[in-house]
Ligand binder design. Structure first.
Ligand SMILES: *Cc1c(COP(=O)(O)O)cnc(C)c1O
Length: 403
C-alpha cells in the first residue's frame, strides 16, 4: 500500500488532537488541494518520507516547522532586506521576548557555541576577528567540566581555543588564568561537579564570560528564561528542535557586548570565522516566528494532547496478550516530554524490540522509533495528528504477526 493511500484511508478516522494544539494546523496531506495534485518532491527525487516516533534528531531533519514559520518564510521571500538591519531588528525583538539585553539568530546551537567562543576571544577587535583561528601567541582557553565534554565542544576548538577540563568549583577557580576566555556549561550533561550557580559565581569573580548550551532543553518553556536569571552571560537553544523553527537556525542570547562581538564574527561580514555559517533572511524571520509561536502556545493543552496520544496508542496495543504499556516522562533537561513504553512477554510474542524497530523502519510508511533489549519506546510529540493511529496500527500488526 502506498503512503498516500494509507493516509487517505485514515482521514476518515477521528484524529487525536485533531481540533486542538499546534499539530492540528499542520498541512493535512489527506486533503486534495483545490488546484489539483501538488508536486511531490519526495516522490520526484525518490526520498522516503519518514514518520518520527522518536525525538528530534538532526539526521532525521530535526522537527517539522510550524505553519507560522512557513508563513514567515514564504511571505518574506519576495523582497530584499539589509541583513544588518534584519539582524538588529530580529535580535532586538527576540531579546525583548526572552528578557535579555541582546540576541541573535545563528545557524543552530553548534554555531552559537562557536560564535560565543569567538566573541569571547576577539571582542570587537577587527584584527583578531580577521585572524581567527590563527591568532598569534598562546591559545585561548575555555573551561569545561570533565563530565561535560561532548561531541559539540569541537565548536569551541574550531576557533583555535583549547579546552581545559576541571572537576569541582575549586579546580575551576585554580584553572582560570590570563588565557582563559570563557567557561562552557553543557546543561543536559547529566552529571555535574559544579552547580549552575557555583559555576556562574566562580566565573563572575574572575570576570570570565559563561555560555550555557541548552540546545534541546525545551519543554518546559520556562527554560528559555531560567538560565539568564541564574547569571549565564550567553545561552543557546536550537531552533530546529522543539521550538520548531528552521532546522538550520538557532538562538544565542544574553550580554549585549558579547552578542555584538559574536555578530562581528558572523555573516554578513565577509572575512570572519562564522561567515560559512550564514543564516538567510527567511530563516531569521522564521526563527522569530517560531519563538513567538512557541512562547504563545498553550503548553498545558499541548502536554495533555501528548498524554492523550500515548493513551490512544497504548490502548490499541494493550489488546494484544502480554503487552504492557506505560507512559514515561523523560526527566530531561533534554527531551523532557511523555513517550510510550511498550513491553511484552517475548515467549508469547516472539519478536525482539530491535526487530520491531527494523520492521517499522523498512515498512511503508517508514517509521523511526526507539527501544532497548526489553522494550520499545514510541515517541508521540513529533507525530502529525493523522500519524498517531498509523503508528499504533503498524506496531500492533508487527506484534500480532509474531504471536
Ligand atoms: C542538538 C544539540 C546541539 C546542536 O544544535 P544544532 O542546533 O543542531 O546546531 C548542541 N548541543 C546539544 C546539547 C544538542 O542537543
Amino acid at each position: 500500500m502506498k503512503r498516500r493511500d494509507i493516509i487517505k484511508g485514515l482521514s476518515i478516522l477521528p484524529l487525536v488532537g485533531g481540533s486542538t494544539g499546534w499539530a492540528a494546523s499542520l498541512h493535512d496531506t489527506s486533503k486534495p488541494s483545490p488546484e489539483g495534485p501538488k508536486r511531490d518532491f519526495f516522490k520526484e527525487l525518490g526520498v522516503t518520507p519518514v514518520i518520527n516516533a522518536g525525538v528530534t534528531m538532526t539526521f532525521l531533519s530535526g522537527s517539522l516547522m510550524l505553519p507560522e514559520v512557513l508563513e514567515a518564510i514564504n511571505s518574506t521571500s519576495h523582497d530584499f532586506a539589509n541583513m544588518y538591519e534584519l539582524q538588529d531588528k530580529v535580535g532586538a525583538k527576540i531579546a525583548e521576548m526572552l528578557h535579555v539585553e541582546a540576541a541573535m539568530v545563528t545557524s543552530g546551537a553548534a554555531c552559537a557555541i562557536l560564535l560565543g567562543t569567538a566573541a569571547a576571544i576577539t571582542g570587537t577587535d577587527h584584527e583578531k576577528i580577521k585572524q581567527l583561528p590563527n591568532l598569534p601567541g598562546p591559545r585561548a582557553e575555555v573551561i569545561m567540566q570533565k563530565s561535560h565534554r561532548y561531541l559539540f565542544d569541537q565548536a569551541v576548538t574550531t576557533t583555535g581555543a583549547k579546552i581545559i577540563d576541571v572537576e569541582g568549583a575549586e579546580e575551576m577557580e585554580k584553572a582560570i588564568n590570563e588565557r582563559t576566555v570563557m567557561a562552557l556549561y553543557f546543561n543536559a550533561a547529566g552529571k555535574s561537579s559544579i552547580s549552575h550557580s557555583d559555576f556562574v559565581a566562580v566565573a563572575k569573580r574572575h570576570n570570565i564570560p559563561t555560555l550555557l548550551d541548552a540546545a534541546a532543553d525545551v519543554p518546559p518553556v520556562e527554560n528559555l528564561f531560567k538560565y539568564q536569571k541564574i547569571g549565564f552571560d550567553l545561552v543557546t537553544f536550537s531552533g530546529g528542535k522543539m521550538i520548531r523553527g528552521p532546522q538550520s537556525a538557532g538562538l544565542l542570547f544574553g550580554r549585549k557586548d558579547l552578542i555584538t562581538a559574536a555578530r562581528l564574527n558572523h555573516s554578513p561580514n565577509e572575512a570572519p570565522i562564522g561567515r560559512p555559517m550564514k543564516v538567510n533572511k527567511e530563516e531569521m524571520f522564521g526563527m522569530y516566528a517560531a519563538l513567538k509561536a512557541y512562547l504563545e502556545r498553550d503548553h498545558k493543552k499541548e502536554w495533555e494532547d501528548w498524554l492523550q496520544r500515548t493513551k490512544r496508542i497504548g490502548s490499541q496495543l494493550e489488546s494484544l496478550q502480554s503487552v504492557k504499556i506505560e507512559t514515561v516522562i523523560d526527566p530531561g533537561p533534554a527531551n523532557a516530554f511523555p513517550s510510550l513504553k511498550v513491553t511484552w512477554d517475548q515467549t508469547k510474542i516472539k519478536i525482539k524490540p530491535e526487530e520491531v524497530l527494523v520492521a517499522l523502519k523498512n515498512g511503508t510508511p517508514s517509521i523511526v522509533a526507539n527501544g532497548k533489549d526489553d522494550h520499545l519506546t514510541i515517541g508521540v510529540v513529533l507525530l502529525r495528528p493523522d500519524q498517531v493511529d498509523v503508528v499504533a496500527g503498524r506496531v500492533k500488526s508487527i506484534l500480532q504477526q509474531a504471536i
